[in-house]
Every structure is written in structure tokens, then in C-alpha cells.
Design a protein around this ligand. Sequence first.
Ligand SMILES: [Zn+2]
Length: 497
Amino acid sequence: MSTVTQLSYEEAVAAFEPVIGLETHVELGTNTKMFCGCPTAFGAEPNTQVCPVCLGLPGALPVANRAAIEATIRIGLALNCSIAPWGRFARKNYFYPDMPKNFQISQYDEPLCVDGYLDVEIDGETVRIGIERVHLEEDTGKTLHVGGATGRIHGATESLVDYNRAGIPLVEIVTKPVPGTGARAPEIARAYVTELRDVIRTLDVSDVRMEQGSMRCDVNTSLNRPGAEWGTRTETKNVNSLRSVERAVRSEIIRQAGVLTDGGKIIQETRHFHEETGDTRSGRSKETATDYRYFPEPDLVPLAPAAEWIAELKAALPELPRVRRARLQSEWGFTDLDMQSVVNAGAVELISATVEAGATAASARKWWLGELARRANETETELDALGVTPAAVAELQGLVDAGKINDKLARVVLEGVIAGEGTPAEVVAARGLEVVSDEGALTKAVDDAIAANPDVAAKVRDGKVAAAGALVGAVMKATGGKADAKTVRELIIARLS
Ligand SMILES: [Zn+2]
């Protein structure tokens, strides 16, 4: 079956209204697993971090990890949720070889945190994303299909299972459906995941690295005609980068709009996002909750976090990213537009660190969003991976402010820093880039320039001061750009008046 109609994105969102929803899994950075004392360190030899509990051996009993519960409550509080005073874990029953117990301990109708929200900013406008629930569960192991060319099960000669990951605490954060986003649905989905990642990073409960799988995102998308009921949604699984979140929503909107335009029906199913092609492909038809035969976990006591404990955790929350950005904007004296460009460039922390290293906010912004952003763009590198530290940028600006180098030389110095030649001061010394401000040396160059350009000099003598520019240029050329232009100009005017 293939779709005949292929709409553009603009046509799709003109004819249909998208409703999105996001389910995000975050692996907590606790020292031990959710229900046993096994370590959680990444990258150990397969099946070396296991015990009877996380291997699901008969008779083994789970004990809940207090640190994981605390981390989940803090995430819930940061997302403005209510914390349930009482609740139970539940068994989610299904068979999968990487899940040794044949059920996952999760939370079902009694999640730990409910009914919150996260505000995200898009082009200076605040969009509030409702949070339906935040609950705690355990991760599964990992299956490795070997012997085939692709690493997939097809063509593999054997499958190996590593249970080191089985039982690592996993928090699932589920949004309420988000209607009314229109054409901005993909952008808003990305902005939400970005903000959520920053919040969780600020709480220091996970390293939230999407590329390593410690943060994984499922994206729900449905379309409806304006004014009609919401459509059937699909769930795109394991979207593993911020950029892919945006692309997955966009491509699913285009696909569904094509199907619906042809009079087809959207099937409730799981789909997989393909990084190479940027589209989604059909996976399995989506299970409903009844397929999992949930029931309260009989081996664990109910969770009943004390109100005082929750109040303590709430009082101890760190300054959250949105509040921090507002404070920094006011401290830095940036306009909304200035700040927006800093946020979009992902440069908030870099500028903050540069200011801490002694630069003014304006000069820090000038370097990171100007010359450095240009170089990052050219080499398709992230700003923080350029090899230039905030301290180096502050030092560079310090050299400019002290008159040791000018802006043009500063860019050459930056080149040296990026090439690994040392700190800005070291590059200036090694490459001999310091400006010539010694008046004796400059006077000689000025005299030479006047002698070589008698007609220009005559104009300046007649009061046409603007003509001095040509002489300044000649001196700069003679000194290889290392003269201080302001001093040169003063010397020329003094000589010719
Ligand atoms: Zn264990």
C-alpha cells in the first residue's frame, strides 16, 4: 500500500491541525539499581553487574531504591507536579528475552507525580506544556544480534543478552496532549525536550545524553481537520537527538496528511524514526493497557513519601533553567532579542563562564555569537567543541581592551588558539602579533607614509582631516596590521597641523 498524495509540509498544516504528545524516558544516575544493590556503571563486561533480584531468579525479593524515589520526586517538583501521598508499583506483564522476570516493575494507575507543566519559549512567546505524569520503573537488558551484516535479528546467527542494564531506574515523563500548535508543532516538540533535558541536567539526577540512550523520546502525533475531533495517533519510538524530535514530528505530519487526503485511515501503531532518510516506518500495532495485565506489585510495600520530606526536597530545588536565564538576561543587560539569539545558539553557559572569567557580557556575546559561531558553522562543530574555552575568550578580550592587540589581530590570535598553539597571550608572543604602539617606531612609519603620499598630506594640511584615512591605511600596511590605528591617526594629525 502506498500513499498517492504527497503534500508539502505547508499544505499539510494548512489542511490539518496536529496534536502532539511526548513520552520521555530518563535513566537515573543512581549508584545502584532500582530494586537491588547492583552497580550501574556504564560499559562494564556483559553480565557482571547482576544478582538474583535483577536476573529474576525464583525467590528473590526487590527493595526500592530511596535515591531513585527522591530523584523522581525532585523531577516532579521541578515540573510543577503534585506528589502522590501514597501509591504502589505495578507489574507490567510481557515477554521479551532482555527482561528476565517476564514482567517489568513500573507504575500504572498510581504514579508518583501527576498534573504538572513545563513552560518553553519559542520566539519570545511562552508555550505551556502540560505534564500528565512522572513515574518510576526499571530498565530492561540489552539484546545483541550477532553474525549478520546489519546487527538486526534478520541474518543473525545468534542473539546475546546483557543484563547489566536490567533494573537500572528509569523515569518516564508523559505530557498531556498538546493541541493548538499548528505549523510550529515540530519546533515546540524540540523546544520541550530541550527544556526538559536542561531541567533534569540542572537537578543533577541523570547525564541525559540522548546519543548514549540515557534520555530517549517517543513522539505521539495525530492530525484532525479544523474543528473536528482529534485523530488517531501514532507513536514514533526512540528518537535519539533533539534534531530528530523535530524531524520525526514533521515527517509524520506530512505522511498522515497524505493518507487522510486520500481518504485513508491512520492506524494506531508504533513507528520507527529512520535517521538516514528522516521518515518513519511502521513497527508493531500498539498494545493497549489491557494487553499488559497490570496488577499491583505484591513484593513491594506501597510508596508513601512523607509531606515533610517532599517540602524539604521542594525547598532545596536548584535555580531552574528558565529562572536562571531571566536572571542572567537582567544581569547582562540584554534585550529579549539578544537573549533569544544566545539561547538559540546554545551559548548561555559559555557566555556565563566567559563573564565569570572577567569579560563583559557584551564582549562575551560578541565573540561567541560572532567570530566563534561563524567558525563553528563553517566546520559543523558545536560551539563548546571548538577548542576555545570561555577563559581564553575573556583573556583575548582583555588583550584588546589593554590595547595590546586590535580586533583584526584578535581574530588571528583566535586562529592560533583553535589550532592548539596555547593561550591567547602565548599565541601573541609566539606569532609576534602585539600591536606597535611604541611612538618612536610609529613616527618613522608615519613620516614614510607622508613622504610617499604628498598630495594626500597636502589635503590634510588644508584641513581635510578625513583624507588622513589613506595615510593611516599606508602605515597599517607598512606595519603588517600591527599598529594601533587610533595612535597612528593622532600622530598623523599632529604631524600635519
Ligand atoms: Zn541486581
